[in-house]
Design a protein around this ligand. Structure first.
Ligand code: UN1
Length: 490
């Protein structure tokens, strides 16, 4: 598939001569190609987004909502096609790819509804015959930069809330997902979004930097690594831009001795090896109370060996390939350092010699001590470290020692421990008796510490991320009433 930018309502190839080709990660056949965008393409897109802003924000929010609803309908019709393309271009299994598109459909409908519900507040004034209220205003042109692993769901968390609020958007997806991004963009076009309101740029670092540095783009919403996120934040600070960051994770599952071990092992396997561990919410550490360590490990290994690893297009496949050869080599380097530090590989630990494709075995390593790089760094692949904890407090301490703070899960049957965990696990998302993945779009999504900068996307929190509050005072007393001063005379 030959992929293009979508700028001001027109499909146009990127203007550099450099071409990016994406191969299917299983059979290495070409899926897509695109000319990489230059800074000029981005500048053109910004001009269109800026020109479209006034008109778009002037359309009443319920009508904007109707357009979003229509886009949701198109996405629903295209669900299988989009999912097939996700599997083809990045290797995600068919079931998970369908789930991902569903997340975008849910977001389209949710935000369409917000068009008729975009509440402000009326607040009592301290003076008589004076009315005070707050209303939401769009911020302007939003730069949405997304990663390869959720090429439809994550952009939709940024795009739909931005649009319902009246903003216009420049979207730069990962270059690994050009075909998917073209197909997703087409759904907005066919749903009837006016030209210039959403612009797609297939670009790399130059395009990204132009979006981040141009003063006309007033908000940057970035999903990616902590390292890149930090740079984006620094560059955007020069213009005092609004920035929302969804960065790395080092998510843990805590399994207490009273837990349903069968359920906990199922939860851990799904959270650790689903999407081949390439979710920012993937479980990468499991912290187990000493007394049940052996029993739990046995179940975990048994369930992991039952996983079917293969081409995500085939029925019954649980774990697909990694995105590329670099990712496989990164896994090998973690295995090498695990061996060096004397940790035992309990399951897996290798690339598949006989399988064509970027496959790596679902791997369990343990026990790993809490200073090892395996339990500190984000791995973004199917490697799970097991850590022993003396008791619940120790487990909480190990969990909270991470520099990341996205998602934690706790397995227990004790209601007191469950609530203690909810309060004390210091991540933005916590689960009880479910693994670390599977956030729903109607709740805020995001993390603490090095995972983000405090803003949340999805749910009602997304409205705060992508709008400004305007405070409005209407004085109908027909005389000068001075706040704070005349208040005293009443
Ligand atoms: C991500 O990996 O960037 O909660 C997002 C989840 C998914 C989203 C993951 N709904 O795992």
């Amino acid at each position: 598939m030959n992929c293009k930018n979508f700028i001001g309502g027109n499909w146009k190839a990127g203007s550099s001569l450099e071409v990016i080709e994406n191969m299917n990660p299983v059979n290495f056949e070409k899926v897509s190609e695109a000319n990489i965008s230059s800074a000029d393409d981005v500048l053109e897109a910004i001009q269109h987004a800026e020109a479209a802003f006034y008109k778009w924000k002037s359309i009443p929010a319920p009508n904007r909502g109707e357009i979003l609803y229509r886009i949701g309908e198109v996405l629903k019709e295209r669900k299988h096609k989009l999912a097939e393309l996700i599997t083809l271009e990045i290797g995600k299994t068919k079931v998970e790819a369908e789930g991902e598109v569903q997340e975008a459909i849910d977001m389209a409908y949710y935000m369409a509804g917000e068009g008729r519900r975009m509440f402000g507040q009326t607040i009592p004034s301290e003076l008589p015959n004076k009315w005070a209220m707050s209303v939401r205003e769009p911020v302007g042109v939003i730069g949405a930069i997304s990663a390869f692993n959720f090429p439809v769901a994550v952009p939709s968390w940024k795009i739909f809330p931005s649009l319902i609020l009246g903003n216009t958007v420049i979207w730069k997806p990962s270059l690994e997902t050009s075909a998917i991004s073209n197909e997703f963009m087409r759904c907005f076009e066919e749903g009837g979004l006016p030209p210039g309101v959403l612009n797609l740029i297939l670009g790399g670092q130059e395009a990204g930097q132009t979006i981040v540095e141009d003063p006309r783009v007033v908000h940057i919403s970035f999903t990616g690594s902590t390292e890149t996120g930090r740079k984006v934040y620094q560059q955007a600070a020069g213009h005092l831009k609004r920035v929302s960051l969804e960065l790395g994770g080092k998510n843990a599952v805590i399994v207490l001795k009273d837990a349903n071990l069968e359920l906990a092992a199922d939860g851990v396997v799904w959270a650790a090896f689903g999407t081949s561990g390439q979710r920012c919410t993937s479980a990468s550490r499991v912290i187990v109370e000493e007394e049940i360590y052996e029993a739990f490990i046995e179940k975990l290994i048994q369930k992991t060996s039952n996983l079917t690893v293969g081409d995500g297009r085939n029925d019954g496949v649980d774990v697909g390939p990694l995105i590329n050869e670099n990712a496989v080599q990164k896994m090998e380097s973690y295995i090498a350092s695990a061996k060096e530090s004397g940790s035992e590989i309990l399951h897996g630990g290798k690339r598949y010699q006989k399988k064509q494709g970027h496959f790596f075995q679902p791997t369990i390593i343990g026990p790993v001590d809490s200073e090892n790089r395996l339990v500190k760094e984000e791995i973004f692949g199917p490697i799970l470290s097991v850590i022993k904890a003396e008791d619940f407090n120790h487990a909480l301490q190990i969990n909270n020692a991470s520099r990341y703070g996205l998602s934690t899960a706790l397995f227990t049957k004790d209601v007191n421990d469950a609530f203690k965990g909810i309060r004390e696990m210091d991540t933005g998302i916590v689960y009880v008796n479910h693994g670390t993945t599977g956030a729903e779009i109607q709740l805020p999504f995001g993390g603490t510490k090095d995972t983000g900068n405090g803003l949340r996307e999805a749910g009602q929190a997304a409205l705060d991320a992508f709008s400004e509050w305007k405070s409005v005072y209407v004085d109908y007393s027909n005389q000068l009433q001075r706040a704070q001063i005349d208040t005293d005379q009443l």
